[in-house]
Design a protein around this ligand. Sequence first.
Ligand code: F6P
Length: 327
Amino acid sequence: MGQTSIKSVGILCSGGDSPGMNCAIRAIVRTAIGLGLNAFGIQRGYQGLIDNQIRPLDVSSVGNIIQRGGTILQTSRSKDFMTAEGRAKAAANLREHNIDSLIVIGGNGSFKGAMKFYEEHGIPIAGIPGTIDNDISGTEYTIGFDTAVQVAIEAVDRIRDTASSHDRTFLVEVMGRNSPAIAVHVAVCTGAENIVFSKQEIQYEKIAEHIKRGMARGKNSSIIIVTEGDKPGLAYQVQTTLQQAFKIDAHVCILGHIQRGGAPSHMDRFIASRMGYLAVKSLLDGNFPLVTVYRDGHVTTAPFIECVQDKLGFDKTELELVRLLSI
Ligand code: F6P
């Protein structure tokens, strides 16, 4: 497709916030204004679009935010946008403000909504993958993952200090819903003894045997990383079974939302900035609907349809890696 007549871009964040969203917002606003477009911020995601919470953004409005976690536009999980009426209201509000393109920063649920919105209302649209879970198909990376993993690693390192001082076993539950990505990276990088995945049968015998073997050879702590699943608390279930079936006492620590906050890492700032820039350029080139993706070390674009599936599988060798390295 060739050049378009796009004159303005609306920006919103949707789903859980992630460190680096502000970097993407800044890159979009400054690229858009630098290329002669108007930029508008939509507050509180799709819900704010429906409720007409829209304001113009200038270059100063995104000053001093590159290092800030969260999102200055705030975010939401909107039920109303799942309805055709909600989406029609959203489209009408964009027209009222003369906004003729939209960039959505969020996860695959947000992208599904964006795709429907494009099909129904034909508004040029781009997606930027922003979620700590790194669970979107079609891209090897989502903004926020690196920072969240680093936060969790630092927490587990601290837990290791106290665990080894008391000869304890800890179950540390990380975010990621059903995605194994955070758990695998945290486990490998903290020398954890095991991982429990919410979507896999839990191999209690192997976990217990591993802990007991470690203790027998003089280890003074064990750490098991647990993925939270649909809601937090799986670690408590594992704790009960380890105690009742194997007489192993384990402490539970649920890291929770601490993993979603804080200053974005170098990687999140860099990729978010590249994606924000590319999203605007691609809209202007008429290359929509599109998602900016990270593949083979490069930021590039892909059709929406490639980026709306969950990426939940994990490489079994990673589990072996965790177990072997913590023998
Ligand atoms: O999708 C990001 C995420 O942080 C998941 O890892 C987690 O399961 C979920 O959001 C928590 O959502 P909420 O903040 O709405 O409780």
